[in-house]
Design a binder for this molecule. Structure first.
Ligand SMILES: NC(=O)c1ccc[n+]([C@@H]2O[C@H](COP(=O)([O-])OP(=O)(O)OC[C@H]3O[C@@H](n4cnc5c(N)ncnc54)[C@H](OP(=O)(O)O)[C@@H]3O)[C@@H](O)[C@H]2O)c1
Length: 322
């Protein structure tokens, strides 16, 4: 079968280590399921793996891809929950299992014609979602969902700033927060991306670092160094920043005085539980919230999609059709 395989890592030229090649079809052991993949989607996580960030070289070669929607061996349409972990080891929350692994970290991922996952990782795909839409959800959308509803616990009327607009997590956060009745502000680096934020449901969109009309209850952060100072400045006393990524850099000044004097709450967030994915599907059905798909590409053209992601030339999720 055809697959996109990470063979080596390079910070300067991450795509040099990615090969589209024929590999053996996987065989599911007892308790695992084989999925014929119809659609998957790109995440920054794949780029970090190719850059050698958070992924030891001794785990190569590995098939990349964290998001999948497809059909199991019994003909059921499924979404693949992407965290392989034991909830019991995380106090009932598999994202807190110290031994958890996202697909493509220790197990082959979704950029292939077939993949195998533990049976519990299959979630029924609702008929009202296409395979392409379903493939946008497992990483970016569920990360945004957990940030907003589990970590920040937003309710209707809360003011929420989403840093970035065009990214997978950021576009999901704008859509979901607006669907929940929050007043959503977003920042983005270009006029067309700010227009996208408003199209997705933001009340208003601003240039990165701009003064907002008010201090906000919650900031959703995945950008890191480039926006962190702004995130702290626009937060009301007692407000919450939830951070799930740091695309532009990991180590901005901590500004400890501001944190304790204004009693700001800073919460990390990673992935989601299987039950959060199911809960998000219920919310999407009742609100009509759907992912914004930037473009659809064939598996053989995956490098073109990654190049767009690396330079920030995207508006939502890039879907890979297998
Ligand atoms: N913890 C988790 O479970 C988890 C899950 C998913 C993702 N992540 C992390 O979250 C981050 C985003 O992932 P993604 O898949 O959504 O990536 P993506 O689709 O490539 O989005 C990148 C986002 O970052 C913004 N951005 C990048 N550089 C910027 C800069 N210098 N200044 C201002 N904004 C900048 C972009 O905003 P514009 O609209 O202005 O271009 C865009 O919204 C990554 O670091 C990823 O590793 C973590």
């Amino acid at each position: 079968m055809l697959a996109a395989v990470a063979l080596s890592q390079s910070d300067a030229d991450p795509l040099s280590g990615l090969d589209i090649k024929d590999v053996d079809e996987p065989v599911a052991p007892e308790g695992w399921a084989k999925v014929e993949i119809r659609s998957s989607s790109l995440n920054m996580h794949d780029v970090w793996t190719l850059r050698g960030v958070g992924h030891p070289a001794d785990r190569l070669p590995i098939i990349l891809g964290c998001d999948a929607a497809g059909v199991d061996e019994h003909g059921n349409e499924v979404i693949v929950y992407p965290v392989i972990a034991n909830p019991d080891n995380g106090g009932g929350d598999e994202t807190l299992d110290p031994d958890r692994a996202l697909l493509s970290e220790r197990h082959n991922g979704a950029f292939a014609e077939y993949m195998i996952v533990p049976q519990r990782n299959l979630v029924p795909k609702p008929a009202w979602l296409s395979f392409d839409e379903a493939a946008c959800l497992p990483v970016a959308w569920t990360t945004a969902y957990r940030m907003l509803f589990t970590q920040a616990q937003i309710t209707a009327g809360d003011s929420v700033l989403v840093q970035g607009a065009s990214g997978g997590v950021a576009s999901a956060a704008i859509t979901l927060a607006a669907a929940a009745g929050a007043k959503v502000y977003a920042t983005a680096r270009s006029e067309s991306k700010r227009a996208l934020a408003v199209e997705l449901g933001a009340t208003e969109a601003f240039e990165s670092g701009a003064r907002l009309p008010e201090k906000v209850d919650v900031v959703i952060e995945t950008v890191g160094e480039a926006t962190w100072g702004h995130s702290m400045r626009v937060l009301r006393p007692g407000g919450t920043i939830v951070i799930a990524g740091a695309t532009s850099g990991m180590n901005p000044p901590a500004d400890l005085g501001r944190i304790f004097y204004l009693q700001q709450r800073i919460l990390g967030s990673t992935g989601c539980t299987r039950s959060e994915l199911v809960a998000m599907l219920r919310m999407m059905e009742s609100t009509g919230a759907r992912p914004r798909i930037d473009r659809r590409i064939a598996l053989k053209d995956i490098k073109i999609g990654f190049q767009a992601m690396i330079v920030g030339d995207l508006r939502g999720k890039i879907v890979v059709q297998v």
